[in-house]
Design a protein around this ligand. Sequence first.
Ligand code: NAD
Length: 421
Amino acid sequence: MALYHSPLYLDALSQLESAAAAMSADPNIVERLKYPKRAIQVSIPIRLDDGSVKTFEGYRVQHNMTLGPGKGGIRFHPHVDLSETTALAMLMTFKCALVGLPLGGAKGGVKVNPNDLSRQELQALTRRYAMEIGPFVGPDKDIPAPDIGTDRQTMAWFMDTYSQIHGYASHGVVTGKPISVGGSLGREAATGKGVAYCINFAYDKMDKQIDHKTTVAIHGFGKVGMPAAVDLAEQGAKIVAVSDYTCALYQEEGLNVLDIIEFVKERNNLDQYERAGVKKITNEELLQLEVDVLIPAAIDSVITDKNMKNVRAKMIAEGANGPLTKEAVSYLTNQGVFIIPDILCNAGGVIVSYFEWVQGLAHFFWDEDQINKTLHRILKNAFDEVVVKADHYDIDMKKAAMCAALAKLEAAMKLRGLFPG
Ligand code: NAD
């Protein structure tokens, strides 16, 4: 069935099942968590600049809403499909539960390459998509956010469309909005910052410190990779490699991260970046660098059984969702690589999205210091909980994160019961 075929869905399912086995979870709860609550498919016809009409395929999947309204990004990418969206919604359920947010798991997307559309076409696509999924989203139902191929402008269009339909400015319908329309300070950098916090927690656990000898490679220099690079570079780490879909840049002494960010802002990608001492390598070569920390922060399934034996990083911080397949996690864990699992490592984004939602509902906004301190506290608690679960069941961090999340979901689902009984 279309919902259940993708490698990412099968991987998420197998993570759920193996965590359930490790902690002897209630099989009736696990059975319910295998399937999404609701999967919506919509057609999105828009008029292109040349006057013709083209129809795109869109989805919104709500996996589980036991803990609260759905929460999850909207992806604009040519590979988006119902099964991948379902898997990502499922991961959101576990991520929100793990870090203790009163939110469920959801995800959405449109099968499109946003780079092929003009700004006007993108706006039309976003607004029609927002209208089509409109009956199923809202501050109390399901709150989208940016993901690959979408950004704060997309969220502003989405918020405006929803607000026009309802007749008032709805700050709570999406997060990741620009500050001027109800966005939160700290949201843009939150996921990357959270990745950097988690790497620090892992270093603390090993009684080590990040310093000028710490080498870092980042696969995917986007909304997650960039702020992670900035934060770690500020702590003195050497960012020796970064990449995007066009190529990877490498410099043994450490790249000038801020200069590269400025370049990407102007030119959109790394392809034309030329500086003395900076070499071009391939994305695959980046993944194989001998570094202290590798941050896969682009897309899923980049380290698989095909290339896992070539990975030489000591620690892997999963910035992206599902960048390692289960075979890769198991092999690399056995090799002694410390893996910070995605549902913990990249949870900074949803945590500050939660702050944005709360601020939007209260119409009262926090300062950045309060946001970063609260983000740090929530992530630290979650990291410690995962370590406790890993020790308790004698399992790896990836499985332990799922166990910590599943324990919370199991408790809440049992208390709420199964409707109608
Ligand atoms: P983005 O679109 O801003 O950046 C993605 C980066 O990866 C870009 O540099 C792009 O060029 C690069 N890339 C894409 N395909 C690639 C490929 N095949 N090989 C190498 N590089 C490639 O996206 P993002 O928001 O940074 O998201 C990245 C990942 O992090 C996704 O898995 C997303 O689901 C996850 N994530 C994002 C957030 C968030 O707040 N943005 C939160 C949690 C998880």
